[in-house]
Design a protein around this ligand. Structure first.
Ligand code: ADP
Length: 301
């Protein structure tokens, strides 16, 4: 299965000591692409950067991780989006974003040829955060494209990552999530985010909603409490075999997705994909930061 991931990676500044800030690069879909690659899969990352020093560093880093960059566009005279993580003494983290003019936001408007380029993939992965960065017009174009893409046999894989601050209003988010639900083949969902979007409800009801909208496989991630799934073979529950005490849960869901998709692309069955995802996520959350050192073993022997 040839796979491409669409999204945005930003410059990350997190305060380490007083007013000293450490520079990293981060984004949910990029995290997924990196873990997918580290777990033995192949993927192209689809986004727009600029021609500045930070964009070049990102590109170098992605290439060194084995993530394909042939669809990364470079919009001159711009700079990538930036966010700051403020760590409170009590461990609370606050995120502040400067992304309103980021090149990734303009990808679909500035480079409409991307839709043609995406036709060569068997599956496309995107998240709720990916959708939040585009204008309403861009999203409409993307949804029109996804309809045609699916009619031709392409698979859409969606992670519902919902960040209320990234949306103009709840209504805008709610409408958009309902649109993508009707265009999704494989749903990799966080139950917490489903509840934020649809109010308190059961996992069973959540799964029914996605199946009814047309998904052929639904995976509901519920932290250390387990994973509930449904596909054409039935409904299955998976416990978390290796519950750990997390040090930093950043990228738990993203790394799960990466390992899951690396296995899915190889044609592995659902259980193998889930177990690979769980193993990878459990390693990631016992390290600080979204991307763990390369020597960490992410593939279960
Ligand atoms: P998301 O970040 O998308 O909300 P979850 O919080 O459900 O996702 O976490 C993703 C995966 O990370 C879980 O399905 C599970 O496999 C793993 N995970 C989360 N918390 C723990 C934990 N305490 N111990 C082991 N694995 C965990």
């Amino acid at each position: 299965m040839k796979l491409a991931i669409i999204g945005e990676c930003m410059i990350e500044l997190s305060n380490s000591e007083g007013d000293l800030y450490q520079l990293n690069y981060g984004g949910d879909t990029l995290n997924t692409a990196i873990y997918l690659s580290r777990c033995g899969g192949q993927v192209e990352y689809v986004t727009a950067l600029s021609d500045d020093v930070f964009s070049n560093k990102m590109l170098e880093n992605w290439q060194s991780e084995g993530v394909g960059v042939k669809h990364v566009k470079k919009l001159a005279n711009s700079v990538p989006g930036l966010y700051m993580i403020e760590n409170e003494a009590n461990g609370e983290r606050h995120f502040h974003y400067w992304r309103s003019n980021s090149p990734a936001k303009l990808l679909l408007e500035q480079y409409p040829e991307i839709f043609e380029e995406l036709q060569e993939y068997d599956a496309l992965f995107l998240s709720g955060i990916t959708l939040s960065i585009y204008s309403e017009l861009s999203r409409a174009k993307l949804f029109d494209f996804l309809k045609i893409y699916r009619d031709k046999g392409g698979k859409v894989i969606f992670d519902n990552n919902y960040r209320p601050k990234s949306w103009l209003s709840f209504n805008e988010a709610s409408k958009t999530f309902n649109q993508i639900m009707n265009l999704t083949d494989i749903a990799l969902l966080s139950m917490e985010d489903e509840i934020s979007l649809h109010g308190e409800h059961s996992i069973e009801y959540c799964i029914e909603r996605w199946l009814k909208a047309g998904a052929s496989e639904v995976v509901v991630k519920n932290g250390p409490n387990g994973i509930s799934t449904a596909n054409s073979q039935g409904k299955f529950e998976f416990d978390v075999p290796n519950v750990v005490k997390p040090i930093d849960t950043t990228a738990a869901g993203d790394s799960f997705n990466g390992a899951f998709l690396a296995n899915k692309a190889k044609g592995e069955d659902l259980e193998k994909c889930i177990r690979a995802g769980q193993f990878c996520a459990a390693q990631v959350i016992v390290h600080k930061g979204a991307i763990v050192p390369r020597e960490v073993t992410l593939i279960k022997e």
